[in-house]
Design a protein around this ligand. Structure first.
Ligand SMILES: N[C@@H](CCC(=O)N[C@@H](CS)C(=O)NCC(=O)O)C(=O)O
Length: 212
């Protein structure tokens, strides 16, 4: 058995792991989880990921991994080339910090279950979209100077890292919710670069088997 990824085409968290798998050149089986019909909350899926969130990665030994940062670090330790983290401790801490700005401080506020809850509490679509843009902008404000300082073609240095695995999907969400990247030229520059990289392009939502 090879690697198996439980994924939804448009969701940004599985997109991170698809990029990581592609950067490592690892083939995997794609198992769609339909977030629109609530499949993530089914007993069958929760037996795989008790959080009812995507993605889940099944290892060749049949172990289940959840949480994208943990999955990407496992991938990096298990399949070291090319590395997703720098060789030095300071570099690793910086790349992890950039990834966490996205994965810990932007995305959790904007995840679909949070947006659904805002709707339940009476927020209309315009207010919900503003909410998404607000927290994305706050994270991008923090990332922009970090990329200015550490980037040299990618978010940190001249090759893609864990930070890019997280940032590219968040930039896709930003475009989806019509957040103009003009205030963040360093991030806008990276997005153009991601579009040209085969590992990022193959991971793009529109190219997934469950995309409509
Ligand atoms: N912190 C988790 C976040 C996972 C997550 O929130 N996934 C979203 C898709 S981007 C999801 O499956 N949402 C389903 C829902 O909200 O019901 C990770 O990094 O894996």
């Amino acid at each position: 058995m090879g690697l198996r990824l439980h994924s939804y085409w448009r969701a940004s968290a599985p997109f991170r792991v698809r990029i990581g798998l592609n950067l490592k050149g690892l083939p995997y089986d794609y198992v769609p989880v339909d977030l629109l019909t609530g499949e993530q909350s089914s007993a069958a899926y929760k037996a795989i990921n008790p959080q009812g969130l995507t993605p889940a990665l099944i290892t060749p030994d049949g172990e289940v991994l959840i949480q994208t940062l943990a999955i990407l670090e496992w991938l990096d330790e298990t399949y070291p080339e090319p590395p997703l983290l720098p060789a030095d401790a300071l570099g690793r801490a910086t790349v992890r910090a950039m990834a966490m700005v996205v994965a810990c401080d932007i995305h959790p506020l904007n995840n679909s279950r949070v947006i659904r809850e805002l709707a339940v509490r009476g927020q209309d679509e315009a207010a919900r979209d503003d909410w998404i843009r607000k927290w994305t902008a706050a994270g991008f404000d923090a990332l922009e100077p970090m990329i200015d300082r550490h980037g040299a073609g990618y978010a940190f240095g001249s090759a893609p890292t864990l930070a890019d695995c997280c940032l590219a999907p968040q930039a896709y969400v930003a475009a989806r919710f019509k957040l103009d990247l003009a205030p963040w030229p360093a991030i806008a520059g990276l997005v153009a670069r991601y579009d040209d990289h085969p590992a990022f392009a193959a991971a793009h939502p529109d190219r997934q088997p469950d995309a409509p």
